[in-house]
Design a protein around this ligand. Structure first.
Ligand code: IMP
Ligand code: ZN
Length: 365
């Protein structure tokens, strides 16, 4: 595979990749949901939930902002509603990222209490952290994962504070930051300012879904979010190119988590644009750090490798550009310095390996 050749899926698969924007419940594959459903049906034939393969048909990826969010409340949360299904699906999500050659993952999830199963928000977090710890402890796994706790835009100030408390309590066990997520058409984010400011004072890292839809891209909201001193921003779609907000993002060199296929498939781009119109191109030209992300690979069905491949295809990136793009995510991680060092070493070896090949051939391809 030549240095100046096109970036195909094989090349993208073999690249070690960093995933910083993946929601746990949205990353569960249809097959995995189906396995859980079969298991529940076998224990209780009266289990009254439609087969995931019918509820979320394979091949259907055109969920938009109206049809997407109810998938969780009306289906996935009803299926993954006890410790064993949460453990099973979390382990499967980690294994899926591992098999796509993701070497570092910051998985995010909204802490959920499930009283019928005796699960508190704390139990929920502990269950996921223990799956992550088990995965990380396996020396054959090249993927290391950490956890980010999400605050939903619908949360009350008290619920947001509770998640900050949980993030602080579980920081020694692998929680590396907090996120603001949820349906962009609801919620007044200013009510959450005290919780995010406290998180910031306590040294928790912060990422926020930013300008994801026109409704969540008012100047007032965007300045409020920037006032929380976030370390990274997700999506960053509806930002005027000549605006003071765009200049501020560039001035702070904020790391952007960009999710190409999710945005295109969910028709989130201005004027319904496709990959060539994706804002990845102009943010990249502005020199801000970028990490590509899948967002919800279980729903939009595009693995991280495919994200790098489509970015290369539509923005004219060669092998070395894609390698550098992957590597630029190292400085964006919320994980430890030791993790950053591990990843830097990995990318340095990859660069050497790629340069050593005949005519810049990547030996691993
Ligand atoms: P969970 O937090 O692991 O349960 O993952 C599902 C949740 O992630 C959903 O209920 C949403 O609140 C959130 N989420 C997933 N994708 C998006 C997105 O693109 N924008 C905002 N929130 C999202
Ligand atoms: Zn997201």
């Amino acid at each position: 595979m030549m240095e100046d050749g096109s970036v195909n899926l094989q090349f993208a698969k073999r690249l070690p990749k960093i995933e910083l924007h993946a929601h746990l419940s949205g990353s569960i594959s249809r097959k995995c949901l189906h396995d859980v459903w079969l298991q529940k049906k076998s224990i209780d034939p009266d289990f009254d939930l439609e087969d995931p393969l019918l509820a979320i048909p394979p091949g259907k990826v055109d969920y938009n902002l109206t049809t997407f969010f109810p998938l969780f409340s009306s289906y996935i949360y009803k299926l993954c509603n006890d410790v064993s299904s949460i453990e099973y699906t979390t382990a499967a999500v980690l294994a899926d990222f591992q098999s796509d050659n993701v070497v570092y993952l910051e998985l995010r999830t909204t802490p959920r209490a499930i009283p019928d199963a005796g699960i508190t928000k704390s139990t929920y977090i502990r269950t996921i952290l223990s799956c992550i710890a088990q995965h990380n402890a396996n020396p054959t796994n090249t993927l290391h994962a950490n956890l980010i706790l999400s605050i939903d835009r619908r949360h009350t100030p008290a619920e947001a504070h509770e998640i900050v408390d949980l993030a602080l309590a579980y920081r020694p066990h692998g929680v590396v930051g907090i996120d603001l997520c949820g349906d962009p058409s609801v919620g007044d984010v200013s009510a959450l300012t005290p919780a995010f400011r406290r998180a910031n004072r306590e040294g928790l890292k912060i990422t926020v879904h930013f300008a994801e839809a026109p409704a969540s891209a008012t100047e007032e909201e965007l300045w409020t979010l920037l006032g929380w001193q976030p370390d990274r921003l997700g999506h960053v779609i509806h930002v005027d190119r000549d605006s003071a907000i765009a200049r501020e993002i560039v001035r702070r060199k904020l790391g952007l988590e960009l999710c190409l296929s999710c945005n295109v498939r969910a028709n989130m781009l201005v004027g319904g644009g496709g990959y060539p119109e994706h804002h990845f191109g102009w943010w990249r030209d502005l020199g801000v750090p970028i990490a590509l992300g899948t967002d919800d690979v279980g729903v939009f069905c595009s693995e991280l490798s495919e994200e790098y491949r489509v970015a290369a295809e539509h923005f004219g990136l060669g092998h070395d550009d894609v390698r550098k793009l992957c590597e630029s995510a190292v400085d964006m991680i919320f994980g430890s310095d030791a993790e950053r060092a591990r990843l830097s070493t990995l990318y340095t070896s990859l660069e050497v390996e790629m340069r050593r090949g005949p005519s810049g051939t990547c030996q691993r391809c």
